[in-house]
Ligand binder design. Sequence first.
Ligand code: ATP
Length: 305
Amino acid sequence: MIRVRAYAKLNLFLKIYDLRPDKFHNLVSIMQSVDLTDVLDFELTDGEGITLTCSNDQVPVDETNLVWRAAAALAARADRDVGGLKIHIEKNIPVKGGLAGGSADCAAALIALRDLWKLELEDGALLSIGAELGSDVPFCIIGGTMLVSNRGERLEPMAEGISASAKCAGGFMLVVPPTDIETPVAYGLLDIDRSKQELDWKDIAEDYSLIRDSWMNAISTGEFAMLFCNDFETPVYNVWQELADIYNNVRNHAGHALLSGSGSCMFAWLPSVEEAMRATETYNPVAGEVAIAVFPAKSGVEILE
Ligand code: ATP
């Protein structure tokens, strides 16, 4: 048996600038792992095939689950059968919240099964299998603080992670609305017309220096909110009025707010642990949302036992 922890992510910056011929989107993002985690157990059995259970009944437990798909893809790559496998997901990461819960589980499955099946596969091979399964999966395999670009497969660690500087010893107030957003629906709301874009994001994604400079600036002042940007915000708040109301409420409470991924979760950055806890405890919901304090994490997957 092997038990692994899979970390949720927040997007501190997210620009979607192009639709590719393969139907994936090109993006530039700063992603941050946070200590909100699913716990997954993997066990070899004598039977044939996968038995999957999950503590959250919103999550499919068939071959569409990203954990199942990860097992099938890894077995195919290693030229072996899946064999008998019992998997349980203890789900703590909100589903369809823009926190990459499915991708985190997928990353955890790739790492756990490489171990359990004793495969001689380098991290690079896991990253390329992960990239085929979803844009957020490569980041979730590594985690920490990363600049992510292209369709999600190009990763570069930030020179200093968010928790490496004394000025950044803070945390996030994460707000989980009752509204779910299907990622493909949110992508359908984006107006991606490169001719209307003021900056050439393809160039920025190639050379990284503009984003890296902004990041170092934020690290040195401890003011991450100055980086905050997410292309999904306007279209998502135009469609879901309750999310616009929650966004305004978070902003009034913490001074700023940002949507994570394609939503629906939002967050604010507080410059100390105490302020993150206090902001969370004193948050008054306006539309059934729940606030939780979460803190930066250094990895995407952790093997527990
Ligand atoms: P992202 O931030 O990567 O866009 P998300 O956090 O918005 O994703 P998820 O919770 O990852 O959304 O779920 C997205 C979809 O994936 C849902 O439709 C869900 O049914 C499906 N799914 C497949 N496997 C899983 C899994 N292990 N955990 C959660 N959802 C899963």
